[in-house]
Write a protein that binds this ligand. Sequence first.
Ligand SMILES: Cc1cc2nc3c(=O)[nH]c(=O)nc-3n(C[C@H](O)[C@H](O)[C@H](O)COP(=O)(O)OP(=O)(O)OC[C@H]3O[C@@H](n4cnc5c(N)ncnc54)[C@H](O)[C@@H]3O)c2cc1C
Length: 349
Amino acid sequence: MSSKINGLASYIDMVEVDVFYINSEFVIDGTGFKSIIGDKFNLKVENEELNIALNSRSIFTHFKGIVDFGKVLNESEKFVDRSPADRSRATQHHCFEGGWVWLIPFENGITSVGLNLDNDHYPMNDQGAKEEFWTIIDQFPIIKGLLSGKENVRPYIKTGRIQYFNKKMVGDRWAMLPASAYGLDGWFSTGLASSFIAIHRLVDILDNRVFPNKKFNRNELLDYELAMKIEYHHVSKMVHGIYKSFKNYDVFKNYCSLCFMGAESYLANGGAKKGMELSSLLLNAGDSEFVKKFDVIYKTIIELSEKDEVSEKDIASLNSYIREDMVDYNFRNFGDPEMRGMHPKVEVC
Ligand SMILES: Cc1cc2nc3c(=O)[nH]c(=O)nc-3n(C[C@H](O)[C@H](O)[C@H](O)COP(=O)(O)OP(=O)(O)OC[C@H]3O[C@@H](n4cnc5c(N)ncnc54)[C@H](O)[C@@H]3O)c2cc1C
């Protein structure tokens, strides 16, 4: 069925648009942070109503003609031969106390550049987006050198807190994909993995239970919702820990491997090949032993971030936990100083 509508907006006034009504037995909300079903049913929770510690915001824009980061590093005596990997070919993360900078090069010569800031360290303020962006970038000579004088090809955008969550993520005849259901932070790049994993689960439930039995009620989908809620809390803690680890390089160096241990142990347990199983979740959030050990480290990271000084003993103890207590999840010698931060890929599944 279709109907003609006029006069909704000036563009629509001019062209007269056909609106199609589509009948469907089931709706999947893949509208990202707009979460149209969340808006319709007033399910969205934001800002201080959120019950997670992770609290970050962004300022971002696009630049044209940013030079090769590897070249810049090799021109500096301090950093020459720092790493055998070409750092300009993929997304770069540059971190500092209270935040990090992303550089995402597109194929057309434009680079997305953004600051993600811990609201505990950089509380929201009245500064304009561009002014605050450069106030922070000016403190970091290498990044400043990469961006200064480059053509800026879109307005600077300054967001509020970027985390959000929907109280319900499934309902009678509908389900949200992860990016509609909740949002956390770009660190650890869990976005697409969470989408693929969730789609796999949803297809499993829809194809094996919901459609064959013609049972479209919310109850049939509760495991799918629970999986996303557990992942939301687990990943939020992992990323919150990262922001707090930025204060001390040795803490960061040891802690940043936790995400890889979570992803690789999930895969080693057959994760990507499973359907709806609550024991098999993003970054190994469904493995209670892993979660127990991760919680010990997370607590330690928060305690260390509250100290004025971190001792060598503190770092040694963190390092030994990662190398010894977490050995069952540590497939790439994370924490071994001999590796100099380069941990080649190994086949784990
Ligand atoms: C700066 C940045 C860096 C990122 N880096 C990574 C990374 O390195 N790795 C990774 O895995 N993930 C990354 N992500 C996350 C990743 O982009 C998301 O997880 C992914 O895009 C989610 O896919 P999606 O299709 O579910 O939602 P989206 O990509 O958000 O797509 C939703 C679509 O719905 C459309 N829409 C919204 N409302 C309506 C409406 N009413 N009617 C019709 N259409 C509508 C939108 O226009 C949009 O096209 C990053 C995100 C950002 C912002």
